[in-house]
Design a protein around this ligand. Structure first.
Ligand code: ATP
Ligand code: MG
Length: 313
């Protein structure tokens, strides 16, 4: 058996609508994911992330190319694929008319868990996702955020070798999100493979062993975080805190043509693509505009890389 949980070759999905231009939502993507890895699909709105996940999870047929999950082709062997995966898609609905507990138990039964194990696991999982107090409530009566928790919590009911998560953290508060990221790491340490999409770059930075950045259906970059950082060598982040924000600072910053800039209270943050030798000059010239309390210069973050790679040319 292959060492890879996912093997995707030149995959494309074109949406055809009568009277409309076809949309090449996924346009020739290839990658493979070794077992036990956390793989992140990143891209701006409309990049094709959800479409790609739908093809990989057998919900949509690819237009061309191929994909295998745990060695099974998504078109030729969809049932074998489905047995080995669990997923939370962006628009996934939980079973609205069932209680939270019954949602978890039904899902576990579908994946062949015996009912004793399922009951025990449901208790642990509900505790972890802070939905124990809703256990007997119908999902339709829950808030959007709680529904999302129910959906994501299902992934921890079963042992499918592969998990797909489309923007899993939507509607979760930061504390729960941290905890869930920890649970995902535990699952990956047990050998489960996790494929997730996100637009929250710090999530990908913290979680993913490997990242694919896509835009308009195509790959724009691929690698672990260090490799991606090398890609954008020459990008620097400068952060300056003044005792009072200089009046002309907005124009001064704009004149530098930054990749990104942000002003918050008395702090100015700028991401720039420049020669290393220029960085100090820029810092010193900006510092002359006011009284500086703190200066920080660092290399590229995933956010800089993302902006650089997906900006409209
Ligand atoms: N059912 C559909 N019919 C036609 N076009 C579609 C359909 N679903 C998506 N698209 C188009 O395909 C492209 C990719 O959409 P997709 O939802 O896969 O992107 P995404 O990366 O998941 O975006 P987001 O970050 O907003 O979730 C977009 O241009 C979108 O308008
Ligand atoms: Mg999407």
């Amino acid at each position: 058996m292959s060492q890879f949980a996912l093997e995707v070759e030149n995959l494309a999905k074109v949406y055809e609508r009568r009277g409309q231009k076809p949309v090449r939502a996924v346009d020739g993507i290839s990658f493979s994911v070794p077992r036990g890895e956390i793989f992140g699909l990143l891209g701006p709105n409309g990049a094709g992330k959800t479409t790609l996940l739908k093809v990989l999870t057998t919900l949509l047929r690819p237009t061309s190319g191929s994909a295998r999950i745990e060695g099974f082709d998504v078109v030729a062997k969809p049932l074998d694929v489905r047995k080995r995966i669990s997923m939370v898609l962006q628009e996934t609905a939980a079973e609205l008319f069932l209680s939270v507990r019954d949602n978890l138990l039904t899902f576990a039964r579908f994946h062949g868990l015996d009912s004793r194990t399922a009951r025990q696991r449901a208790d642990t999982v509900m505790e972890r996702f802070q939905i124990t107090s809703h256990a007997e409530q119908k999902v339709q009566d829950l808030s959007g955020g709680s529904r999302r928790r129910v959906q994501v919590s299902k992934m921890f009911m079963v042992n499918t070798p592969v998990i797909f998560l489309d923007e899993f953290s939507t509607g979760m508060d930061p504390i729960l999100k941290r905890a869930v990221m920890g649970y995902l790491r535990e699952e990956s340490a047990k050998g489960r493979t996790i494929v997730l999409t996100t637009q929250i770059l710090s999530e990908a930075e913290d979680l993913c062993d490997d990242i694919l950045i896509m835009n308009r259906g195509k790959q724009v970059a691929r690698g672990d975080l260090n490799a991606l950082k090398l890609l954008s060598a020459g990008v620097y982040e400068i952060s300056l805190t003044f005792d009072a924000l200089p009046e002309t600072i907005a124009e001064d910053v704009a004149a530098l043509k930054p990749l990104r800039s942000h002003v918050d209270d008395n702090t100015v943050e700028i991401a720039l693509k420049v020669e290393e030798a220029q960085v100090l000059d820029i810092v010193s010239s900006l510092s002359k505009r006011g009284r500086v309390l703190r200066v920080e210069v660092s290399g590229a973050s995933l956010e800089d890389i993302f902006v650089e790679l997906t900006k409209e040319k």
